[in-house]
Design a protein around this ligand. Sequence first.
Ligand SMILES: *[C@@H]1O[C@H](CO)[C@@H](O)[C@H](O)[C@H]1NC(C)=O
Ligand SMILES: *[C@@H]1O[C@H](CO)[C@@H](O)[C@H](O)[C@H]1NC(C)=O
Ligand SMILES: *[C@@H]1O[C@H](CO)[C@@H](O)[C@H](O)[C@H]1NC(C)=O
Ligand SMILES: *[C@@H]1O[C@H](CO)[C@@H](O)[C@H](O)[C@H]1NC(C)=O
Ligand SMILES: *[C@@H]1O[C@H](CO)[C@@H](O)[C@H](O)[C@H]1NC(C)=O
Length: 571
Amino acid sequence: MQKLSLSAALAALLPVVYSQGCSGTFTPITAEDFVAGLHPGWNLGNTLDAIPDEGSWNNAPVEEGTFDIIKESGFNSVRLPVTWTHHFTGGSPDWTVDPEWLQRVSDVLDMITSRDLYAIVNVHHDSWEWADVTASGANLTLIEEKFYRLWYQIGTKLACKSNLVAFESINEPPANTAEDGAEINKLNSIFLQAIADAGGFNSQRVVNLVGGGQDSIKTSQWFEAPANITNPWAIQFHYYSPYDFIFSAWGKTIWGSDSDKDTLTTDFELIRNNFTDVPLILGEYDASSVNTEPAARWKYFDHIQHVAAQFNIATVMWDNGADQLDRTTGEWRDPVTPEIVVGTTEETLNSLPDSTEDASATEQSSSAYLFHRAGTQVAAQTLPYLFNGNTLVSITDSAGTVLTSGSDYSVSGENIIFSATYLATKYNSSTATGVVDTLTVKFDGGASSPIIEIVQWNKPVLGSTSASASAVSGADLSIPITWNGLETVAAVKALTTSGVYLFDDWTQWLGPLQQARATYSNHYNWGEDNVILTSTAIDAVVAAGQTTVFTFEFYPRVAGGVNTANFTLTV
Ligand SMILES: *[C@@H]1O[C@H](CO)[C@@H](O)[C@H](O)[C@H]1NC(C)=O
Ligand SMILES: *[C@@H]1O[C@H](CO)[C@@H](O)[C@H](O)[C@H]1NC(C)=O
Ligand SMILES: *[C@@H]1O[C@H](CO)[C@@H](O)[C@H](O)[C@H]1NC(C)=O
Ligand SMILES: *[C@@H]1O[C@H](CO)[C@@H](O)[C@H](O)[C@H]1NC(C)=O
Ligand SMILES: *[C@@H]1O[C@H](CO)[C@@H](O)[C@H](O)[C@H]1NC(C)=O
């Protein structure tokens, strides 16, 4: 049972609050109800939080239609991250915020709440731009003064918003010590004071408070609620773990073992046990469709949703605009992810493709794909599947044709077997490489209909195979590629010609698919027609003074170097 907070008791007594300065009314809502109502939520990432301005990063300014898609997809809330740093028009002591920017934030909130979606608005990258209490020489007096003034102005502008709008004090504030943690607690108090002073309905508004770093461990260690808090309040925390899977570090493309699942469960259990009577919001988490393997990703989302439900934690998925929803086309880049996120309760049993879970494996299989290598015979293929108690109802191709059970495919135990005659209608030994078709698999239970991509592949070919490290240093190096299959890099191995690991020597203790592997985005990346070695990777070669072979690895991750391509940086 949750303890009844003062505000909840008040809410029961006063169903409607009339407040000076606001023309409408405000129906009080408990933090428990707000948090239950907002689940599942979605983040409008890299948009109003972009620096210096909305539109500065990878997304155009948001348009109303985006929130229609979010609503239609089954989400109940939008977290609206806002960075204010570059919208101050005056300095100390007033720290005036550009009224046009305040108006824009207000307008976007209205777009969200007019669709009956809950909204959480915050102070976002300001946390490291000017409010970083860990920065050397940080002037805490100045940070506190500016933070109060900022929230006073936000609180004034948004004072009359409905009970669908919550305020979140600050996003991921850096904190390394208990003292830093205490300073973040103080910022929470200043935030409450500022919005209370701003008036309107703010004294009844739900607030999200945060602990150091907004991570589950530091929040558990250092968070203390302001003593005299009267607003209905929740704690918001973020979770991007395991780091190596989420950020594609050290070749970790596998997730889903019992130990992987237990770690995640324990992490959520610990924060829940630290705050038994506080509503909890997982305000950011993600596994991107860009850089994670789909079968592993779906297992991850499935487990996160189950564990969040088990511990009564509302979830708000991060989306930077490149990961999940394509706001230009209105299509989800991976349609299975939102289905799992939106539809999974504690009781839901999702059917999912099986995939390698053993971190010491030498190859990675995935039933999210029917892979066929060019130049080889067409044969029947068996995809192991986690039926999870459900029955397969249908398989449909992208043209809407329903496959015939018995001849096109059959089900045997926990396997879907595609016949050679069926597969021969999709590919043969000389079919052009790439994605040939996409099948949708429907079950009689579960939240999602997983897809299977049929992929003809062959060894990828790089447009060049070597360069002088010193000649190309100072910038990222783009290398043209003929993909010959999925247009994604799975991992990159970096070994000097004397066999020394260029990065992270300790990865020798990991499995064969992870040893000597570099990290996505830090060291390598890719575009439409190219793979990229970053200037950081090139600098590492120059610093090592050792000619280094970068082995780009692709899906399927199979042994024998048949789906890899080498690029050598010489010194
Ligand atoms: C710190 O900030 C306060 C408030 O703006 C200011 O009065 C003070 O001079 C600053 N201290 C230093 C050392 O800059
Ligand atoms: C909360 O308590 C602090 C410290 O006693 C005080 O400065 C502040 O004004 C109080 N805030 C509110 C909103 O009552
Ligand atoms: C609170 O969280 C910390 C950090 O995760 C953990 O060490 C501790 O065991 C937790 N406390 C409880 C009661 O679960
Ligand atoms: C192989 O498949 C392609 C289409 O992918 C088709 O155009 C071609 O005729 C097929 N070749 C044979 C020998 O069946
Ligand atoms: C790629 O480089 C590795 C050494 O890093 C080597 O073992 C492998 O044979 C090379 N592959 C090709 C196709 O040259």
